[in-house]
Structures are given as structure tokens and as C-alpha cells.
Design a binder for this molecule. Structure first.
Ligand code: MIC
Ligand code: SF4
Length: 657
């Protein structure tokens, strides 16, 4: 049978199960990546698995998220991560070296290989032809220890690209177009594969922009072929040795095919507050803009930054606008500094942020109340900027820079006519400046044995959840609607520094739903926990959208939450719930969602039996006096994990045989 790229990689890496869409499979992971905000827990859990050194071909630990360093917490994390990485056989990319996905693409990616990352935008490396998947930190810890990664064998959506992007239309517009077609809901269990004549003219960083923001579709990952363009990219990085051509078979069969003619695309924007709320920029023209930021793992490549600098050369940022750039890596920043583009950016009035996630995760640059903020990022979930009622639009760097000059939403195609600015001609050097001196290699084994791990007092080893009870007594502490993101469940921003201290971080669970002068979700859940009652959350569609942060399960379970009942649950979050022994239930009949009310007392009898082998669970609403059914869609392995009290206990049990 003619094969897709996905089939080819899965076949090579399959260690458990059969490649039948929807069925559970286990695959070998060649590489892993972690970042500091998820990495501390991942490494603490890795340590408690007692496997010693990593078993992957390559694992890299990045420090790029938690950079604000108010108080000692962040630096404690950095030092812990550096010391444990070197001891465990892991490369460590120091703070300042860049955003994990950009650096991994530049320095470590390899066509045809698998990559598991404790960050939902790990699919960025799909731009080079890797099968790169985001997961919770505990799954990554297991993969570092040599364990397989389990997922549902995906369906493959083929996206045929034809034509060529016109000037001022960008890779970002391709993925925004796809988001307008597929939306953020209902794509769980699929992989998006790009093919067709339009692929050829897209550079690897452009492809990576597309696969990066594929995360917002809710798919398992996205992938491009590896071709001559890929080879050129690797040559420029001095890594041509890892190049292999990698194409789908010519008559490969996809489960669904979507056609996008690149020559017909126009600049698009994702409007507040969802990445799939898409409108043509043309329709938004004239809307006043007060903030513009170019950066994040979606749009921070050398080409993106050079384009912005080229447009700004000789111009000034509009006085109404605060404009900032965050180059994706130290390599990008250094190249900009050496070739003079940085000077053009500074002269135009740009604020230069460090090469890190920064404002994308609410670490600074929160916009004023009510004003429009344009960002080249991938997420505009409500409040993610750090401002409660923010108005954040996601756009391409082209639209961003045009709007920064004009002070209002601007279709960049009009720049030439209005202010005489042409699309800059950008020539990137055939060979980039390469300096890996901020990537610490692992210690040799003999030195590693003696090496001390730096553990600051703010680093607290997370507790393992207790085993689930046979009858779960619960109370609906929160009833929420559709598209609840992990940012709603576990905010980042000012709370981010508590990532390696679960008891402290748990205080922020569902922070955005807390009301003034009333006990918080955390306080109420803790009170119930002491009475042996579980907090239960009831939710609508696509619960757990967004990040891979396992704290969105780890902190609720610490507060005693043992069940979630939603209309549907997103892939990574569902896996995290299972890994931390929270039962992920889905309404069998969506109408029941309307009947369950906040504060209702619930009971789930015979829970353990149901987890063992049932597809449905009956829940009694004791307050309203009715029962309703919930689906329990789990693989046999998921069931064993839940029954063991989570993945860590399960893995330890497996290791003991
Ligand atoms: C994000 O973009 O939301 C993050 C911050 O990178 C998260 C990871 C985290 O919460 O640490 C993600 O995308 O997985
Ligand atoms: Fe960092 Fe933002 Fe990318 Fe997440 S999406 S990895 S916070 S830049």
C-alpha cells in the first residue's frame, strides 16, 4: 500500500500494537525535549523512576519560559535543571540561548525521526520532517527512561498546497486559513500532512510556522516532507550529515484531503479570543492598535526578523504603538546584531526582548485594559496576555510590522501605495553563524556518578496521587462552558514561578473563575478533600485545549479532584488526567450537561470495576435526584494506569515486573 509520511515513521518506530486508526499504539521516541516550566516536574519524576541515565538517542533540556526571576524560584529551577541534565546524560540549553522549538529546529532536528516534547508546540520540528509530538512531562520522563510513548494510531489529514505565496502573504496565513477550515475543535486523533507542489517554495522556518500552530488545531502533530529545501536549511546550520530525503509515496492515501492554493491566500488574523476566530486583515483595517509584538516559537526565525527590520529600515514605529521583538534564538539575535538589522530595529523604535517565550506566556508586556494587541504568536486565549479582558489578535510578522508603522490594523499589501514601502528583498547567508557554547553537553558517565544535583528549597517533589476509591463521592465545584484551556485551569504569568512547587501553585487552580470575597476553588476543594469528597468539574466541548502542562492535572489532583465530566476532552490533557489518576468522563448524552448544576452532590459507585473493563459509567446526581451515563474511553493501558494510581506508580510496578 502506498504510504504517507506518518505511516512510514510510525512503521519504523512501532513497538506495541497495530497501525489501525483509533487503536492504541506504542512508539519509540528517538529524541525528547523539555523546557523549564514543565521540565522541573519532568526531571523530578524522572529521578523518582530511578533509571539513571537517559535511554534516548538525544534529549535536550531548555530554559526559555521562566525568565523573569522575581524571587529565587526561577534561578533555583535553572540550576536544578542544569545539574540534573548533565548528570542524566541530557544536553542543556542555557537561559538566553533561545526558545526550545526554534533552537531544536536549528540545532538538533532530524528528518524521519521521532521527538516527544513536554510542550504542546513540539510539532514545530514537523517542519523538517520529524514526527514531533507534545505530551505531559511524565510521558516525556518515561520516554527518556526508554519507555514507549502511547497514543491512538492517528488518521491522516492531507493538506495539498499548490501555487506560491504572494508578497506580504506569509506562512502564518496558511495555518490561519487551515484553522478557519478545521477550527480548534474535533481534530483529536489526527495528524496533518502537507504535500503538493506548493511545499517546494516554503522554507523550513516557514514550514515550521505552519506545523507549530498546528497545535491549535488540536491534532496529534503536523508534518512536511524532507526535500532539497530541507537539505539547504541543514547545510546552513552545518548539519547536512543528518539530511535524508523523506517523501510520501506518490499515491499515498489520506483520510481526508484539504486543498489550499497559496497564490489565493490573503493576510488573515485570529481575533479575540480564539486562534480559530479568523477574519481577513482587510476587514479589520483602521482598528487602532496600541501594542505589536513579533516573536514566540511561531514567528521568530531569522527570516521573520530580517523581514521586519527590512520594512522598518528608515521608518519609525507609530507613536501610539509599543512595539517589541523577541528573536527566537541566540543564533537569530547574533546574526541580526552582526548584519546590522538589529540597529535598524532599534532605530525604528523597537523594544528588544530576550530570546525567550516572554509575553507569549504572560511574562511581561501585558497590554493596557481594552486596547488592541497584535502578536505573531499562536495563542490568544482570554487573559493569556496577563490582562483579564484582553483584545489580542494573532497575525503574521508582515501584518504586525505594517500595523506598527500605521498605528492601526493594516493589510501589509497597501504599504507600498500608502507610505512607499516595498516588500524587502532578504538574502540569508548560505552558512549561518554557529555557536553551541550555550548548550552544555552531558557529563561523561564516570563524572556523572559523582556529580551533585542542585536542589533549591523552592523545589518540592510532587506527591503521587492516592489509589482511586471504589465509590467516588464528589461535589460539582465548577461548571464551565466550551473550550476551557489549560490557561484557565492553571494560569502561567505571575504564577509561573511556582511550577516546581505543587502545593503553592495549586492555590491558583481555576484562578480566573475565583470571585472576590469568596473562598477560592483551591480553598473549597481542599476543604472537601479533608472530608473525603472529591471536587468534580463539569465542562463543555474541548476541555483542556492548549498547552501540555501537566500541572493542569497535577495541581487539581493535589486538591483532591478525582473526576472530570466534559462533553469532550483534548488529547494531551486527557493523557495528563489519566497519568495523574483523575477519571476523564464524557457525557454519553450531551443534554445531561444542562441538568447537572454547580454544588450538586454526585456519587460514582463501582468506579474501580468500571475502570477495569466498562465503556460507560453511571453517575448519580444526589442533589437533583437523577442518574446519567458517561463514556469512559480508555485503552487497556490507560485503565491499568488509572487503577494503579497514575503513570508513575504504574511505571514503577512495570519495572519491578
Ligand atoms: C504554552 O505555550 O502554553 C506553553 C507555556 O509553552 C505550554 C507549556 C507550559 O505550560 O509550560 C505548552 O504549550 O505546552
Ligand atoms: Fe513559549 Fe509561547 Fe511557544 Fe509556548 S507558545 S513554547 S510559551 S513561545
Amino acid at each position: 500500500m502506498a504510504k504517507t509520511l506518518t505511516n512510514k515513521i510510525l512503521e519504523k518506530h512501532l513497538v506495541d500494537g497495530e497501525l489501525i486508526p483509533g487503536k492504541p499504539i506504542g512508539i519509540r521516541m528517538d529524541q525528547t525535549l523539555t523546557q523549564d516550566a514543565t521540565g522541573t516536574t519532568a526531571f523530578l519524576l524522572f529521578e523518582s523512576m530511578e533509571v539513571g541515565r537517559i535511554k534516548t538517542e538525544l534529549s535536550v533540556s531548555y530554559v526559555d519560559h521562566n525568565m523573569s526571576q522575581f524571587g529565587p524560584e526561577n534561578h533555583n529551577d535553572h540550576l536544578y535543571l542544569q545539574s540534573i541534565a548533565r548528570k542524566a546524560g541530557v544536553y542543556h540549553s542555557r537561559p538566553g540561548n533561545g526558545i526550545c522549538h526554534q533552537v531544536h529546529l536549528e540545532r538538533f532536528s532530524r528528518p524521519g525521526a521521532t521527538l516527544l516534547g513536554s510542550d504542546s508546540h513540539t510539532p514545530t520540528c514537523g517542519g523538517i520532517g520529524m514526527l514531533a509530538i507534545g505530551a505531559g512531562g511524565l510521558d516525556v520522563a518515561v520516554a527518556m527512561g526508554g519507555g514507549a510513548f502511547y497514543l491512538a494510531c492517528p488518521k491522516v489529514i492531507g493538506v495539498r498546497l499548490t501555487g506560491k505565496l504572494r508578497e506580504w502573504v506569509a506562512a502564518k496565513d496558511i495555518i490561519l486559513k487551515l484553522l478557519s477550515i478545521l477550527t480548534t475543535k474535533g481534530n483529536v486523533g489526527c495528524i496533518v500532512e502537507y504535500f503538493g507542489s506548493g511545499v517546494r517554495d516554503l522554507t523550513v522556518p516557514q514550514r515550521a510556522t505552519v506545523t507549530n500552530m498546528g497545535a491549535e488545531l488540536g491534532v496529534t502533530t503536523s508534518i512536511f516532507p524532507s526535500d532539497k529545501t530541507t537539505q539547504k536549511f541543514l547545510q546552513a546550520q552545518g548539519r547536512e550529515k543528518v539530511f535524508v530525503p523523506f517523501e510520501p509515496d506518490p499515491d499515498a492515501q489520506y483520510d481526508r484531503v484539504i486543498e489550499i492554493d497559496l497564490s489565493r491566500l490573503e493576510p488573515l488574523a485570529a481575533c479575540p479570543s480564539s486562534p480559530d476566530s479568523i477574519r481577513p486583515v482587510e476587514e479589520l483595517q483602521g482598528l487602532q492598535v496600541h501594542q505589536v509584538i513579533v516573536g514566540s516559537c511561531t514567528n521568530s526565525s531569522l527570516h521573520d526578523m530580517m523581514m521586519v527590520a527590512g520594512v522598518l529600515k528608515g521608518s519609525k514605529i507609530h507613536p501610539r504603538v509599543e512595539f517589541a521583538i523577541a528573536p527566537g534564538s541566540r543564533q537569530v539575535l547574533e546574526m541580526l546584531a552582526r548584519n546590522g538589522a538589529l540597529a535598524d530595529l532599534i532605530a525604528a523604535g523597537a523594544r528588544i526582548l530576550e530570546s525567550s517565550c516572554g509575553p507569549c506566556i504572560g511574562q511581561g508586556c501585558s497590554p493596557a485594559d481594552g486596547v488592541v494587541s497584535l502578536r505573531t504568536f499562536n495563542r490568544n486565549f482570554p487573559g493569556r496576555t496577563g490582562t483579564k479582558h484582553d483584545r489580542c489578535y494573532l497575525v503574521s510578522p508582515e501584518t504586525a510590522v505594517a500595523s506598527a508603522i500605521m498605528g492601526e490594523f493594516t493589510d501589509p499589501r497597501i504599504l507600498k501605495d500608502v507610505v512607499g514601502i516595498r516588500y524587502p528583498s532578504i538574502k540569508l547567508p548560505a552558512r549561518l553563524d554557529i555557536d553551541d557554547s550555550m548548550i552544555d553537553p552531558p557529563l561523561p558517565l564516570e563524572e556523572a556518578i559523582e556529580a551533585q544535583v542542585h536542589r533549591g528549597p523552592t523545589i518540592v517533589v510532587p506527591e503521587s496521587p492516592t489509589v482511586l476509591p471504589d465509590t467516588l463521592q464528589g461535589k460539582v465545584l465548577l461548571k464551565c462552558g466550551d473550550k476551557i484551556t489549560t490557561d484557565h485551569i492553571m494560569p502561567a504569568g505571575v504564577f509561573l514561578k511556582y511550577r516546581s512547587n505543587v502545593p503553592e501553585y495549586s492555590k491558583a487552580v481555576f484562578h480566573c473563575f475565583n470571585e472576590e470575597n469568596r473562598p477560592t476553588f483551591a480553598e473549597r476543594a481542599m476543604e472537601l478533600k479533608q472530608q473525603g469528597i472529591s471536587a468534580v468539574v463539569v465542562a463543555g466541548q474541548s476541555y483542556g485545549q492548549g498547552s501540555s502542562r501537566e500541572h493542569a492535572a497535577l495541581c487539581p489532583v493535589y486538591l483532591g479532584m478525582r473526576a472530570l465530566i466534559a462533553k469532550s476532552i483534548e488529547r494531551i490533557h486527557k493523557a495528563n488526567l489519566i497519568n495523574f489518576a483523575i477519571v476523564p468522563l464524557e457525557f454519553a448524552h450531551e443534554a445531561d450537561y444542562n441538568k447537572v448544576n454547580p454544588e450538586d452532590d454526585l456519587a460514582i459507585p463501582n468506579l474501580l470495576k468500571a475502570i477495569e473493563n466498562a465503556e460507560e459509567v453511571v453517575v448519580t446526581d444526589k442533589t437533583a435526584g437523577f442518574t446519567f451515563s458517561c463514556r469512559l474511553t480508555l485503552s487497556p493501558r490507560d485503565r491499568r494506569i488509572l487503577l494503579s494510581g497514575g503513570l508513575l506508580k504504574y511505571t514503577r510496578k512495570q519495572a519491578r515486573g
